[in-house]
Design a protein around this ligand. Sequence first.
Ligand code: HEC
Length: 143
Amino acid sequence: MAFFNKLKILFLSIIVLLGAVTGLLSMRPKENKSTAPEILYSGNTSLDKSPHPYGEKLFKENCKVCHRINTEAIGPALRGVTQRRSQVWIYEFIKDSQGMIKKGDRTAVELYMKYHRTEMPAFQTMSTANIDSILVYIELSDL
Ligand code: HEC
């Protein structure tokens, strides 16, 4: 099962890379616009729309019930979180926020109080690579 998940992640990473390359290629021939406009539409539009399709999928499946990117919901708006917290802090919080709160991490406790003691679920098995995908999606999304 873990091996299958790794394959899935690898496969999706390849799709993301292909999407990025197609996106870049479709941006290049700007000066040919008048002679060959159709080349501008040759990209995979469903991938081009998202800054990180896999991160978007993970975010929608696991986080969107409580979080929005730009506005507060059940939990805080997540845009800019990579500027206000360290990467290590974010990994630990997503994997076990309650553990951090019990340990007395000041920021975690303050957030917990501010959000009326709402417990965020622990995503203990989420890999740091998957968390990175979500963070890239959050920070680059133009929603
Ligand atoms: C059940 C609702 C819920 C879900 C689902 C949830 N969160 Fe949260 N999250 C919260 C709440 C509430 C807080 C505020 C702290 C607290 O109450 O523990 C928070 C805080 C955070 C913070 C800290 C924000 C800051 O400003 O420092 C991050 C980062 C975060 N969540 C990321 C995620 C990610 C990524 C996911 C999906 C993998 C997720 N959360 C899923 C409710 C949720």
